[in-house]
Ligand binder design. Sequence first.
Ligand code: SF4
Length: 227
Amino acid sequence: MEILERIPIHLNPEEIGEKLLVNKTGNWDDFQSIFEIAETLISAKAAYEVRYVDEKLKDAVIIDGVRFVSRVMRKNLDKVGRVFPYVVTIGAGLEDRCKATDDLLEQYYLDTIGNIALVKARKYLDHELRSRFAFESLSFMSPGSLADWPIEEQKQLFLLFEGVERSIGVRLNDSCLMIPRKSVSGIFFPTEVTFYNCQLCPRDNCVGRKAGYNENLAREYGINVWT
Ligand code: SF4
């Protein structure tokens, strides 16, 4: 298992403040002091593995002996032999601070700053993998982001990460959620065209959407159950 310790996270308070509509909903000085505290509580780390696809079944793939059931993954890995399972976290500092305050606005600010930091940490890992392994383009899938690859498959994914709790402090609880909550996991794989889960997800008004819903693509993947 490869570990990236102390991932540098550069956050821009003006950008985040704008996103949070601080000028309309809050006080800039309050936000600035919460932001400064938040920065000190972020401790971003990542673990990743280099693994190989053993077998490609009809609606599943076997990666180093672990079976993942997902039609979308099966299609995404059609021409792929090597994959990079990963776990990224920003640690428990921010969520502990969130629990310690009753101020809903502060909780909202901390939560949003944490989400932005987590996305940046995963991007850092993405760049690291591209440069270490000379990939032009990488995509990722995460258990629980599509009905096709449910959250329960976290258990399978974590089978590939023996000792990850000891290394970067992330574990799964009984509901297959990662602790600390500000963690993400999944599988990076090389692609010619970037794949986004969002292309297959019809959810309306999602602030996290990275690409438009593509009904034709969803049909191609055989998961178009909404029409
Ligand atoms: S649209 Fe939102 S819910 Fe759907 S996959 Fe993208 S980020 Fe997740």
